[in-house]
Design a protein around this ligand. Structure first.
Ligand SMILES: *Cc1c(COP(=O)(O)O)cnc(C)c1O
Length: 384
């Protein structure tokens, strides 16, 4: 049996053809594939604007810049995430204020969030970075209500959740990143994510002014837009208006993204099937906690996370059997870098307890039924 990873890409001949065609074209970067990918992605999530960038971390960084994070700003972040969700605040000099997670959804606990916000003077917090952990979309409508009460912006980290949705109070589907609730939403196209461009990322928004900022920040803060220039010396003339970066995606990566996006829904369907089979296999095993998903949510299952008592034992057992399970995540507030700001063990009891028990089982569209059966058998062998 070949090693079975927890997540991996699917690349088809059509994907390869799309990339090779772009390599043979006039543009390797800043060509037509970027706009095509942005348009297709904006349509996919239902947002007005999409901006392609070099990776998900760059998407978060530019979003924090566009949201206006400045030195000393306090921003609420979930501890159960990849460190980049918090780091984007630090890149802009802001302070990360962690808020514990809900024990069932593993997302920001909205009751704790309300308590946290109410405990400080108006204006103390500037924004929130919620994460659609494992593919479970945050309830944007409820979160927006809280954010509006305290005048906060929302940057949704939806790196796990392209295609996920929640049903709003009218019963309508609201897709992660559709621009209706979060000002800015970030996605990643790393190979373990739903669709891949090798490295890559995307920001979606419904705001024209935020969109224009992102476009500027993506390329050094440089513009040739005649409306923005203070002078104009001729056709070559540009001005650097803001301190930006080079966070561009290449055209051949965007071509891969366009091709991958066509199979995004098929991938989600397969992920749902795999989750259903795991749920069924583990439903009567008291030693395994499976994901609890509210019925008004479509979970994108970037990860399938179980909780067990002896997590290290199960991890080692599965690894020994060539199943490359993984742990998501070590709580960010316990990383040595963040502990320097005063956070410590005991601050986020739910996230810390979750971390002690969680394990991500293989979950990706190309996982075969036989491979999944083998994984289930090896999990049961250890837990029962
Ligand atoms: C993958 C990921 C990122 C970072 O994306 P990169 O493309 O690897 O930079 C950020 N947040 C979360 C939750 C992620 O899973």
């Amino acid at each position: 049996m070949n090693p079975i990873p927890y997540g991996r890409q699917s690349i088809t001949d059509e994907d390869i053809r799309a990339v090779v065609e772009t390599l043979r074209s006039d543009f390797l970067t800043q060509g037509p594939e970027i706009a095509a990918f942005e348009d297709a992605f904006a349509k996919y999530v239902g947002a007005r604007y999409a901006v392609a960038v070099s990776n998900g971390t760059a998407a978060l960084h530019l979003s924090a810049m566009a949201a206006g994070v400045q030195s000393g700003d306090n921003v609420v972040v979930t501890p159960t995430t990849f460190t980049a969700s918090a780091n984007c605040v630090r890149y802009c000099g802001g302070n990360v204020a962690f808020c514990d997670i809900d024990k069932d959804s593993y997302l920001l606990d909205l009751d704790k969030l309300k308590q946290m916000l109410a405990a400080k003077p108006e204006g103390y917090y500037k924004g929130i970075v919620p994460v659609d952990f494992a593919g479970y979309p945050v309830h944007g409508e409820k979160l927006r209500e809280i954010a509006d009460r305290y005048n906060l912006w929302i940057i949704e980290d939806a790196c796990h959740a392209p295609g996920a949705w929640f049903a709003d109070s009218k019963g309508e589907k609201q897709f992660a990143g559709n621009g209706k609730f979060a000002e800015l939403t970030c996605f990643s196209f790393h190979p373990v994510k739903h669709i891949t461009t090798g490295e890559g990322g995307m920001i979606t928004t419904d705001s024209k002014s935020l969109y224009e900022k992102l476009i500027l920040y993506r390329t050094h803060g440089i513009s040739k837009n005649p409306d923005l220039l203070s002078e104009n010396h001729g056709g070559w003339y540009y001005e650097m208006l803001e301190l930006g970066y080079n966070y561009r995606l290449t055209d051949f990566q965007a071509a891969l993204g366009v091709s991958q996006l066509k199979r995004a829904d098929a991938g989600l369907k397969r992920r749902q099937e795999i989750a259903a089979r795991y749920n069924e296999a583990f439903k009567n095993i008291s030693g395994i906690i499976t994901p609890k998903v509210s019925t008004d949510v479509f979970h994108a299952y970037h990860l399938y996370v179980i909780q067990v008592e002896d997590r290290l034992g199960l991890y080692n057992h599965l690894r020994k059997n060539n199943i490359q399970v993984q742990v998501h995540y070590e709580p960010v507030h316990l990383q040595p870098y963040y502990k320097k700001s005063g956070t410590q063990m005991g601050n986020m009891p739910v996230a810390e307890d979750f971390y002690r028990h969680c394990l991500s089982l293989p979950m990706y569209p190309a996982l075969t039924d036989e491979e999944q059966e083998y994984v289930i058998e090896k999990v049961k062998e250890f837990v029962i």
